[in-house]
Design a binder for this molecule. Structure first.
Ligand code: SAM
Length: 277
């Protein structure tokens, strides 16, 4: 029977390693989570013990294994038009506001998982253009990033099975923006796929090469980070936003008490943050 436990000292080391590379903070007694998430990699790499897998993944030369371990430890839960209000606000107010500045509206979906968020943004833009031609005369540029190479592959492939399609997508949107591919899966049409540019990016690293944005979506990932990492990320978001730019966080996330660079705006039923100045 392979040893699937981690000694306390190894668990502490692994937690530090995971936080250092991804920002994710594991709780005190999450050995079971590590065990269940990493068991498939033990088989894949024929490593007889969890301890060996963990030790190997922490070696600087083991880039591929390290990326797979971090991937296995992240939560990729997502859905189409999540929380609805950010997309309604985008359609009803924000696209018009930023388009009136006379240039392309620049939007970043940070930590985009399997692509539902940036593609929901793209569909919202297309719908707005259909309803009100001329809303965004200079177009919209959408950048989507994630730490996980496997998630980015799924984003670029843009194929979704029936389970994923059933989460947040109306029949009308399915008809309009998707085409059948294999079995019961569907693929986003080229027009939508071409609107989003995908790039790997770790939120713990520099944002300087990404450019400036009018709107940033960073939802349901900061919840896993330490207060220091969150504060640092919020600082970098403020620097990456144009004056008056907008930040959307997840429904259970808040920037309160962590930054003085944003005003919190209530927009019943949700909130968003507007960069000061
Ligand atoms: C729960 S999903 C959120 C997806 C989407 N934003 C949403 O709200 O539906 C969290 C994503 O954050 C990514 N992630 C975790 N740590 C990250 C980091 N340090 N930098 C960038 N992305 C990260 C994971 O790979 C995962 O795809």
């Amino acid at each position: 029977m392979p040893n699937k436990t981690l000694a306390d000292t190894e668990y502490v080391q692994f937690r530090q390693f995971l936080e250092q590379h991804s920002g994710i903070v594991l709780g005190d007694n999450k050995q079971y989570l590590v065990r269940s998430r990493l068991a498939p990699l033990m088989s894949k790499y024929s490593l007889p013990t969890l301890s060996e897998l963990v030790q190997k993944s922490m070696k600087p030369a083991e880039r591929q294994l390290r990326s797979e371990v971090i991937d296995a430890m992240t939560t990729n839960e997502t859905l189409w038009f999540r929380d609805r209000y950010p997309f309604e606000l985008l359609a009803n107010e924000l696209l018009g506001e930023f388009a009136s500045l006379g240039r392309a509206v620049k939007i970043w979906s940070a930590a985009c998982s399997s692509g539902q968020e940036p593609y929901s943004i793209a569909m919202t833009v297309l719908e707005s253009q259909q309803k009100r031609p001329g809303t965004v005369p200079n177009g919209v540029q959408i950048l989507a990033t994630d730490l996980s190479p496997s998630m980015l592959d799924r984003c670029r492939n843009a194929e979704y099975d029936s389970l994923a399609l059933a989460r947040g997508l109306s029949e009308e949107r399915k008809r309009q923006f998707f085409e059948p591919c294999r079995d019961t899966s569907m693929r986003l049409k080229e027009q939508v796929r071409n609107m989003v540019n995908f790039r790997p990016h770790n939120l713990l690293e520099s944002y300087a090469s990404l450019g400036k944005f009018d709107i940033i979506f960073c939802r349901n990932v900061l919840i896993y980070f330490s207060p220091e990492a969150k504060a640092n990320i919020l600082r970098q978001f403020a620097a990456a936003l144009n004056p008056g730019g907008i930040l959307f966080l997840g429904a259970s996330e808040s920037a309160a008490g962590m930054t003085d660079q944003f005003d919190m705006v209530r927009c019943n039923p949700g909130i968003y943050y507007r960069k000061r100045g």
